[in-house]
Structures are given as structure tokens and as C-alpha cells.
Design a binder for this molecule. Structure first.
Ligand SMILES: *Cc1c(COP(=O)(O)O)cnc(C)c1O
Length: 382
């Protein structure tokens, strides 16, 4: 038997090397990677700037503990706060840990106990973040869940009415629900969520673990909606594949995370900071972000044009795109893989496309042609 817990249904395809958007399997077959390690390899595979930064740090010191000052944390913290309306960062190792920090901080800071999240949301697999996730299949077998989360319907302003606000510490929301099916939040809905937070004295926590780090053509996706969150969480793309997460918050919250209240042995370690610094210095540049926005718009338009004969819903923002189908997506995703394009499901009926932000227009054209072909084949069979 395998030596591993079977927590993942793995594809029979081991990727042994990668450069840019292209990855290679053990038999030398190449694929266009429109998964990017699930929105992680935003600079493509093996980006030189990140590789060089990590190598350089590797020669100096790998790990020292947060008992010591780590200058690179200040530098990455500076990049994150400069590109948000926030002032302070806590570094950890994953998206779930960033959300854990946010949940703890919101309770401590407000002195209140309840957190509202949304149906079909995804916030992580630790006990608290699993409990925050609004999907029964994620909770199954693990009850009773961590108190106290309530799940409201997403994109439904009316569901926010009639709630007793005095126990609510925070509302945690994704700007585009990723795992839940690539569902973009509307500005009206997101602004209504923010207004309720203000009315109730609750914190607005935006989970940007998937949508952040330039994925939608802005440093963070909330910046498309004129929001002013109290806390933003990031991870996936932050270190270009090096494990690192961050919770970024308002200065007023810093007093609630005093020494001894929270911590992480590895969080913000020098190697992770070297990777994050090189990543952010490349992505948080106006011309780079403009390219992401332009390529995303081009990709979306090409998909809409080329797939117009099919009954599909194409949605997303920047280079986070979902193709909603009327039937199961699994067969088409397998077909695409066999035809050299790696894509991801998001729920049972959605094909999710998350290419590296460095993807070329030619690669987008190739991907669109493969999707068109796969959908054509699927309809022909029916
Ligand atoms: C992936 C994801 C997480 C969990 O991140 P991990 O690094 O796997 O813990 C949390 N929230 C969102 C929106 C995600 O997409």
C-alpha cells in the first residue's frame, strides 16, 4: 500500500520539471499548466528572481526563530502594507493559518464571539477554518464544529438584514469564491457586507488566499470594489511556491496581538521572506499588474467568443476564470489533461483556469483552442 494517508485523489501524472507555463511529466510529455499549483506559481515555474533570492539567503542563514528580529519580515511587511490600506502583518505558513490568525484576532479585539461566513466558501482545513468554511462536505464527520460560525447565502444582500449584530466579531468573505465555483462577489453585495460590519462594530476580514498577489490584476481583489477591510489574508501566491502566509491588518488591531497571544515557529522564516520579497517586487509593479488585467480580459473575451455555441457561463476576474457547465466537469478536465492542458475543477460543474500571471497570449490562444475542442467533443458524444 501507499505510505500516505489518502487525503488526495491523485492524478496518475507526476510532474518532474517546469519552466514558465510549461511542465513536463516523467515520460517527457509537456503540458500547459493552467493550475499553477492552485494559484501558487504566479510567476510560472522556476522563476529566476525567486530562485536567486532563495539561493542567496540559503547561503546566509535558513532559520533563526521569531525571538530574533528578521529584517526581511519588515521589508515584505512594507510591500504588503504599501499595497493595501493596512499597517501590520503577521507571517505564518499557509492560508488556513492566516485565517486562523484573523479569527483569533477578531475575537480578541472585539470581545465578541460570532463570525459570519458564506455558503460555498472555503477558508481552510484546520479546525477553526474548516468550521468557518460554509460547505457540509468539508464538515462531515468532524462535529461538533468550532463555535461560532453562521453561514449566509453569498451575493444576497437581503440575508444580512435582521441579524442581531451585537455578538458578531467579524464577517469573513472571499471576493471571488474559489473552491466554491469561481463565483465573483458583486460590488453591491460586498459593500453591503462592509456596511454591516461598520454598523455592528464587527471586523471585515477578506480572505484573499486565492484572489490576492496580483491574480486579478490588482495587488488584492478587494481593490476592484472600493472596500476598506480591517484584515486581509494571503498565502498561495505569496512565495511563488515557498510555503508562506500572511495576515495583514489595521494598526488599531496591533494592541490585541501583544507578545504571547499568537505565534508560529516557522512563520516568516528567512527563506520564505526571500521568496516573498522577490515575488512581490516583481508582481506589485503597475506595468506587470496592467498586463495581468489585459491578458485576463483577452482570455475572457476569447473564451466567450470561441465557446459561444455552448451553453456555458464564463466568469471571474483577471487570470482567475471559471467555465460553468450544465453537466459534470470531470470528464472534460481529464480530456484536456490528455490533450496537454492542466485545469482544475471548482465544484462538480466548473472548470477553473488559473494560469501563471506570466502566461503569454499565445499560450492563452492554445488553451482556448484546447477547451473549444474538448467541449466540442463532449457535446458531440451526448
Ligand atoms: C486555498 C485556500 C485557503 C487555504 O489555504 P491553505 O494554504 O491550503 O491552508 C483558504 N482560503 C481560500 C480562499 C483558499 O483558496
Amino acid at each position: 500500500m501507499s505510505h500516505l494517508f489518502p487525503t488526495y485523489n491523485r492524478w496518475e501524472l507526476e510532474l518532474v520539471s517546469g519552466k514558465g507555463t510549461v511542465v513536463k511529466d516523467g515520460e517527457g510529455r509537456t503540458y500547459l499548466d493552467f493550475i499553477s499549483g492552485i494559484a501558487v506559481c504566479n510567476l510560472g515555474h522556476s522563476p529566476e528572481v525567486v530562485k536567486e533570492a532563495v539561493k542567496e539567503q540559503l547561503e546566509k542563514v535558513w532559520h533563526v526563530s521569531n525571538l530574533f528580529p528578521i529584517t526581511a519580515q519588515e521589508e515584505v511587511g512594507g510591500l504588503l502594507t504599501e499595497h493595501t490600506d493596512l499597517e501590520a502583518v503577521f507571517f505564518c505558513n499557509s492560508g488556513a493559518e492566516a485565517n486562523e490568525a484573523a479569527i483569533k484576532l477578531a475575537k480578541k479585539h472585539t470581545g465578541k464571539t460570532k463570525i459570519l461566513t458564506f455558503k460555498q466558501s472555503f477558508h481552510g482545513r484546520t479546525f477553526a477554518t474548516m468550521s468557518a468554511t460554509g460547505q457540509e462536505k468539508v464538515h462531515s464527520g468532524f462535529g461538533p464544529l468550532a463555535p461560532s460560525f453562521d453561514y449566509l447565502p453569498y451575493n444576497d444582500e437581503s440575508a444580512l438584514e435582521g441579524i442581531k449584530g451585537d455578538e458578531i466579531a467579524a464577517i469573513m468573505v472571499e471576493i471571488i469564491q474559489g473552491e466554491g465555483g469561481v463565483i465573483p462577489g458583486t460590488t453591491a453585495f460586498l459593500k453591503a457586507v462592509e456596511a454591516k460590519c461598520r454598523e455592528w462594530g464587527a471586523l471585515l476580514i477578506v480572505d484573499e488566499v486565492q484572489t490576492g498577489i496580483g491574480r486579478t490584476g490588482r495587488p488584492f481583489a478587494y481593490q476592484h470594489h472600493d472596500l476598506n477591510p480591517d484584515i486581509v489574508t494571503a498565502a498561495k501566491g505569496l512565495g511563488s511556491g515557498f510555503p508562506v502566509g500572511a495576515m495583514i491588518g489595521k494598526e488599531a488591531l496591533t494592541a490585541s496581538f501583544s507578545p504571547g497571544t499568537h505565534g508560529s515557529t516557522f512563520g516568516g522564516n528567512p527563506l520564505a521572506m526571500a521568496a516573498a520579497k522577490a515575488t512581490l517586487e516583481t508582481i506589485f509593479v503597475p506595468s506587470f499588474l496592467q498586463e495581468v488585467e489585459d491578458k485576463g480580459a483577452y482570455f475572457m473575451k476569447e473564451l466567450k467568443d470561441k465557446l459561444s455555441a455552448h451553453n456555458v457561463s464564463i466568469r471571474g476576474n483577471g487570470l482567475m476564470i471559471g467555465i460553468g457547465l450544465e453537466s459534470e466537469a470531470g470528464g472534460i478536465i481529464t480530456d484536456l489533461r490528455e490533450n496537454g492542458l492542466l485545469t482544475l475543477p471548482a465544484g462538480p460543474k466548473v472548470i477553473r483556469l488559473l494560469p501563471p500571471l506570466t502566461v503569454s497570449r499565445e499560450e492563452i490562444d492554445q488553451a482556448v483552442a484546447k477547451v473549444e475542442e474538448a467541449l466540442g467533443k463532449a457535446t458531440a458524444v451526448v
